[in-house]
Design a protein around this ligand. Structure first.
Ligand SMILES: [Fe+2]
Ligand SMILES: [Fe+2]
Length: 165
């Protein structure tokens, strides 16, 4: 699923953003079972990058939006860390943090982050990039929940976070 050539191309596109303390800090929170928010976001970013290249779309924007789509930066399991329902609230928090980290985020990237939970959340995708991120997120989440993430050795193929607990 993850070959050396495509991984090299992907990392050369996303490396600078991947190494930021904000993105690295996602490694402290579990997202789907034992898959961390960092691992999930990196997986979504990679799949979105590959699909965007296949469909001749903006693969840089796809990799960026994929990496930032869950940048909510709090424990999803601590109800005191965020107001309201996690499903509805976390895309709003992720967009807020993504805009602070990347001031030149495009309207398409912003819409991709805000709508990635649709139809489970209120905001609907309004562009091709948002549909691509929405699909990539659901594809990766499914593989993670079904434990295929481990079977396919995705964790072993991807760069580990340097974040220390
Ligand atoms: Fe999410
Ligand atoms: Fe996600």
């Amino acid at each position: 699923m993850i070959d050396a050539y495509n991984l090299h191309c992907f990392l050369s596109v996303i490396r600078q953003l991947l190494d930021t303390p904000e993105v690295q800090s996602m490694a402290q929170w579990r997202h789907h079972f034992d898959v961390t928010c960092y691992e999930h976001s990196l997986f979504v970013s990679y799949i979105a990058f590959r699909l965007a290249r296949f469909f001749r779309m903006d693969y840089y924007a796809a990799a960026r939006a994929g990496l930032l789509h869950d940048l909510y930066l709090y424990s999803p399991y601590d109800p005191t860390s965020h107001p309201g329902n996690q499903c509805f609230y976390h895309p709003v928090a992720a967009l807020h943090n993504a805009k602070a980290l990347v001031p030149d985020l495009s309207p398409e990237e912003e819409n991709s982050i805000l709508t990635h939970m649709w139809p489970l959340a209120a905001h609907m995708p309004k562009c091709r990039l948002a549909i691509l991120i929405n699909f990539s997120d659901k594809f990766c989440a499914t593989l993670e929940v079904l434990k295929l993430y481990h079977l396919l050795r995705v964790r072993d193929a991807m760069p580990a976070a340097s974040y220390n607990h």
